[in-house]
Design a protein around this ligand. Structure first.
Ligand SMILES: NC(=O)N[C@H]1NC(=O)NC1=O
Length: 173
């Protein structure tokens, strides 16, 4: 899809296509649409990021809470979004053994109890061992620092999803 096509989209079409760039937050795509025209993929990505950065902390935490747990209940029930399903699958989280799943569930629960939002990580950039390692490591961090890290992961997920939609190379964004 080229930028001319993106810039010619009406509101409904844009939200249909880009509504899940930030997991389950179509409002962000709705706001970004008003900023068109976009000069390219990088420009589009900057508008998604700027919206997130401009939110108060409660809104930023709200975005994190829209994310499903990694290898959590929604994966077991088959109710993940198509994007999330693909990402979790690519990290090997759809084929965990019972013990690993339990370990992840326990760490996810501890993380959520400590920070008040779920552990978020760009799963496509990790394998299952790295997910567990990162979760154990980030669990120890101060809340303000962890909020920044988690939002950085949301942006990475968004960048990869945008690159999928637009056929770009995420490494060059
Ligand atoms: N909890 C969490 O990180 N979820 C996400 N990560 C990812 O790559 N896709 C998701 O849905």
């Amino acid at each position: 899809m080229d930028m001319e096509k993106v810039n010619s989209m009406d509101f409904g079409e844009f939200v249909d296509v880009f509504g899940n760039v930030i997991e389950r937050c179509p409002l962000i795509a709705a706001a970004v649409w008003s900023q068109r025209p976009f000069s390219g993929l990088e420009d589009l990505e900057k508008h998604f990021s700027a919206f997130i950065d401009a939110l108060p902390q409660s809104g930023q935490e709200g975005i994190l809470r829209c994310h499903p747990d990694l290898a959590g209940r929604e994966l077991q029930r088959g109710t993940l979004t198509a994007e999330s399903q693909r990402e979790q699958s690519s990290a090997g989280l759809t084929s965990l053994g019972a013990e690993e799943r339990l370990q992840l569930a326990e760490l996810n629960a501890r993380y959520r109890a400590r920070f008040g939002f779920p552990f978020v990580l760009a799963a496509r950039l990790c394998d299952r061992d790295a997910v567990l390692r990162e979760l154990a490591r980030r669990l120890q961090r101060p809340p303000a620092q962890e909020l920044r890290t988690a939002l950085g992961e949301v942006k990475k997920i968004g960048r990869l999803r945008l690159a999928d939609l637009l056929g770009g190379d995420p490494a060059r964004l």
